[in-house]
Design a protein around this ligand. Sequence first.
Ligand code: GTP
Length: 243
Amino acid sequence: RMNLKKITTGSSNLDELLGGGVETKTITEFFGEFGSGKSQISHQLSVNVQLPTDQGGLTEGENIAKAVYIDTEGTFRWERIEQMARCAGLDPELAMENIYYMRAVNSDHQMAVVEELFGLVPKENIRLVVVDSVTSHFRAEYPGRENLAVRQQKLNKHLHQLSRLAEIYNVAVVITNQVMAKPDVFYGDPTQAVGGHVLYHAPGVRVQLKKSRGNKRIARMVDAPHLPEGETVFEITECGIRD
Ligand code: GTP
């Protein structure tokens, strides 16, 4: 656990739940239903990683920490980045330049994109890799019980690839996973799980997101090896993720 660094989520409540923020050398999974805030957190982290270390980012002096955002569903929004960057006190234009946007059109492409990152990540000082969502293509291409084995095998390989990337280059990997309500039920039954129980073991940290009143969201730490289980509340504001 040496050289571990943390990226602030923008919410001190959520940071506290995560043990200080999203960790490098680790896969952090945010899972929850539609609109629970997975993509919003992913956008926010892509901005926040660029902040200086004393503000919760990973930029050291002139060496700007950058992000890769792998978008599988076409839900990434530059305007949202612009807005969040402005609120965080960053130059919005520069903040956008420091995010490498990659659209993955299918699962094989998604895996090929990650494979290419082994070259790009060290070269460009990329300290955060987001995959939003990690499961959607696999789920669409290998639907149902009859494809479960192949889907899990492929997804497993992909997660393995991501975890190697995280460890080798000391980057934070954030993956999102859309699941229906009561995900615990689905996780217990691999034939019903969105990602299968593959995701149960691979990520280092799993956070379940739930909708609450208005812009409030509930985050729950799920079976993290080195973090206490618990729940907290955060908010999705105009400026992004906040307490
Ligand atoms: P998906 O699973 O892809 O839908 O991602 P998600 O869970 O992150 O949901 P999504 O990104 O759609 O956003 C979740 C919520 O964030 C929305 O329902 C809004 O309440 C809020 N949100 C999104 N964009 C903005 C914005 O520009 N301003 C504000 N104030 N809230 C926003």
